[in-house]
Design a protein around this ligand. Sequence first.
Ligand code: ADP
Ligand code: MG
Length: 481
Amino acid sequence: MSVNAKLQSRVDGIINELTVSQEILNKGVDFFIKSAEKGLDNKDNDPYGLPMIPTYVTSIPTGKERGVLLAADLGGTNFRVCSVSLNGDHTFIIKQEKNPIPVDLMSANSADELFEYLAKKIGQFVNTHHGDQASESKSDDNKLKLGFTFSFPVDQTSLDSGTLIRWTKGFNIEDCVGKDIVQLLQSHLDLLKIPVSVAALANDTVGTLLSRAYSAGAVAGDKQGDTLVGAIFGTGTNGAYPELIDNIKKLPKNYVDELKSKGKTHMVINTEWGSFDNHLEVLPTTKYDVEIDKISANPGYHMFEKRVSGMFLGEILRHILVDLYREGLILQQYRSYENLPHRLRTPWELSSEILSYIEIDDSTALKASELALLNALRLPTTHEERIIIQQLTIAIAKRAAYLGAIPFAGLLLKTKALEGHNKEVDIGVDGSLVEFYPGFRAMLRDALSMTKVGNQGERRVHINIAKDGSGVGAALCTLSD
Ligand code: ADP
Ligand code: MG
């Protein structure tokens, strides 16, 4: 089966625009390092700096930690509570419960209504699973420690304090904005006499870093080097790593001195690398990227994320297909745009999960892709159309993975983590894209070897899945003192 020359030539042109060259990678890595450095000394929001948010986590688990810790995660739709029993040998036992958040609480009249509900759910969890500990441990020191993952914009001011900047994801409780959310939760736990102390505000990338650092070594030979980065490639993308305190210029000087007097050398930084290169100095940009940015919830922001993470890959393919239709190159049985299958015209309808099936389809006449596209978009396709859809899918995912290597290379080079005789580095990753997309990690590695990290360096980098950063990772945050 060969594709008609005009269509193939147009598709080759698009694939060419999606190709990430060694030059783009090198420029990207240099610019990432610069943006990271700017973000670390940035006091007045330099627009070219990465957010580089200090997390106040100053110790990385070794895997020998023991004890029972709690974690709670307020995401968009659920409130998850879990307990983690650390066995001290890189393994743990986790128990968890998921509570749907009642819709009326999302726009409650006062913050107290929401936080009373959260405290009650924590109380119920503790009674059910840790009733014995709860009754013994009345004094402050013996309270169960809880790491609170609060996935909304927060201005964190210490390990266990931070004020809500604004609500997102459909929440809207006005009197909560500007308040310390740790204090809010703690005061309701205290009112209900629940013996839990909220000891850390956590975030999923930091959690990923800590959970991988704790777990590395659970299986013999599984720990190769210290864990340098925790990274997410799921709906969005982000990463965290420990930075030398002296390099974090935006921390107040007296606070830095205090940390050093306690023997602290590093603090974990939440890079918020989804915002890398919002001004598009180095990132490749197609007209499809421009269109998607316009219809996104945050035009002009998260430009890196919009080329790399799971939320966007299917949408890129959808835009290209509609464009090829408009140019008269595919799907010409539909007489007008309005006649195209509804789902093909609907933004965000094509999930990157479908792309993961198309990527590795080797069935006769790409029949598996035919079914996947029928199921997902109610879109019938010809063999010829599926051939170019597969070519485009491969190019979109490859661009995502190649660009995904930029922050890894940037952090490896910036921290000099591979310098020294036979140094090895461990990286923990989480998120459906990196976990399930066929070849995603291999493509990341290909690109890593094309950067200044080189072949030799790339072989010394070990990328491992770290599950459940907002569970065990958030719990581990409470151990940083
Ligand atoms: P979250 O980001 O909410 O923590 P996930 O890590 O599961 O959740 O990531 C969800 C994203 O991953 C979605 O964009 C989804 O389309 C994508 N995804 C889910 N399964 C796959 C898959 N098999 N291959 C590629 N992407 C996937
Ligand atoms: Mg996640």
